[in-house]
Design a protein around this ligand. Structure first.
Ligand code: 9WN
Length: 447
């Protein structure tokens, strides 16, 4: 359905990808349910089908693990997939649900944000019923994040796999991965150049050109890391003790701050109070974000959990603290200058996922250069929050214009606007609807 975009076309994309209880991210390439994709879809659907948006979120919560984790992928029955149910084997963990197969890791925690966005579009009576229904699960998820992923009570949540960040092969994660030695067998596998064999199993490179996806070496290493987690039965305590690919991810923690605020707003709307220990930890996250700031380069970075060193590789993540809304106006001002530097992040079709001046930059390669609509949406919201009106308007217009010119693609070349990755991509359609219909304004959530 590749054609010039309009709101009606966007709705058609979402309808075509609708699987009943969830919306597949893209036809052919991604047939199952993904956590943050469904949140973006719900935010878009809320504008015209709030009841269908509720179903999108409920189906995520239906797959929640007993320990509170919401998994990053939820598998539809009888739908073969190269890294599907049989690969993940969620049954290895006693916390996994019995009735449905899922992955064993999570993804950016946008559920409370999406649930609140949907609530906004309901009648006051429906709103309270809806929020009462989802609140216990959302609370359990945020408690899980702090209990199992912030072992030293620093406020920063630790991710155990690049897929959890949603920005899979982002240079940050590839830098950390590069420094972790391969086991002997994997080193030999790479030396013999057997990594190309992986393409026989990869369904992603059947529908998208190879140079737009993960490289073979990246794909093999990510799969290997996921197998290690499986062997550890997805036990966070064990994983945090033993593993080395552990990152206090900047994007995830920035989004978590806004999600915590959404959870707080939800509690207030239904006359509940967040448990005091959770309140303290959420405040800590806001403060701890400052530990990720590097004064010399004027940027935020992720931190390697093992070495406690910042991973000083410039990526789009540096702008996500704008979306948290809790950084100082001075820091926000420095981020604005960096963002609008045409040699770094402000080409014709901003915002590239890696700086144009980074060694990693590749205009076609997945999270190593292309412009994505979800990260643009976070940045637009952040710019609006800090009242950087001119930049926010420019980015809104270039983002909508890019989609209108090229269609609902998964990502785009920041230099030429060429559409890349999957076509008819759900979150691009959903956020197009959201951008067209949402008010330009400073609020990230209610409070
Ligand atoms: C692995 C579905 C997902 C997105 C991620 C994006 C990509 C999966 C993949 O697609 O990841 O989770 O197979 O590469 O990186 O952000 O949620 O759209």
């Amino acid at each position: 359905m590749e054609s010039r975009a309009s709101e009606a076309q966007a709705r058609k994309v979402l309808a075509a990808n609708d699987k009943g209880s969830y919306t597949a991210p893209a036809p052919n390439l991604y047939p199952h349910q993904w956590l943050w994709d469904s949140c973006f879809v719900a935010i878009g659907l809320a504008h015209y089908q709030p009841r269908r948006a509720m179903i999108e979120i409920s189906s995520l919560l239906d797959a929640q693990w007993q320990n509170g984790m919401i998994p990053h992928m939820i598998f539809a029955a009888k739908t073969p997939y190269w890294i599907g149910h049989r690969f993940w084997r969620s049954w290895r963990s006693s916390a996994a649900p019995q009735h449905i197969g899922t992955s064993g890791i999570t993804q950016p925690p946008l559920v409370a944000i999406a649930a609140l966005a949907v609530a906004d579009k309901l009648t006051p009576g429906e709103r309270v019923v809806w929020l009462r229904q989802v609140y216990p699960s959302l609370l359990a998820y945020h408690r899980w994040l702090y209990r199992e992923r912030d072992p030293h009570n620093t406020g920063l949540v630790v991710l155990i796999h690049p897929w959890e960040s949603g920005l899979d092969n982002s240079p940050v994660w590839m830098e950390v991965l590069k420094r972790i030695p391969n086991p002997l067998w994997l080193g030999t596998f790479f030396r013999l150049k057997l990594d190309k064999l992986i393409n026989g199993f990869r369904s992603d490179v059947h529908s998208v050109l190879m140079h737009q996806r993960l490289s073979e070496v990246e794909a093999v290493r990510l799969l290997h890391r996921a197998i290690l987690l499986r062997q550890q039965n997805y036990d966070s305590y064990l994983i945090l003790q033993k593993n080395h690919l552990l990152v206090e991810d900047l994007t995830f923690n920035s989004l978590l701050i806004t999600a915590n605020r959404a959870l707080f707003d939800i509690a207030t709307l239904i006359n509940e109070e967040l448990p005091s220990d959770l309140n303290l930890r959420t405040q800590k996250t806001e403060q701890a974000l400052e530990e990720l700031w590097d004064e010399t380069s004027g940027q935020y970075y992720s931190r390697n959990f093992r070495t406690q060193k910042l991973v000083k590789t410039p990526t789009i993540a540096t702008f996500m603290p704008l979306y948290s809304g809790t950084i100082s106006p001075e820091r926000a001002q420095r981020l604005r200058s960096l963002l609008t530097n045409p040699t770094a992040y402000w080409p014709l079709y901003p915002v590239p996922s890696a700086s144009l001046s980074s060694d990693y930059f590749d205009q076609h390669r997945f999270w190593q250069g292309p412009t994505w609509i979800n990260t643009n949406w976070f940045i637009i919201k952040g710019l609006e929050h800090y009242n950087f009106a001119a930049e926010a308007i420019h980015l809104r217009q270039t983002t909508l214009g890019l989609i209108e010119k090229t269609g609902f693609r998964e990502y785009y070349s920041p230099l030429t606007g060429e559409g890349l990755g999957a076509s008819d991509f759900s979150w691009t359609a959903a956020l197009y609807i959201e951008l067209i219909n949402s008010k330009v304004g400073p609020s990230l959530t209610r409070s």
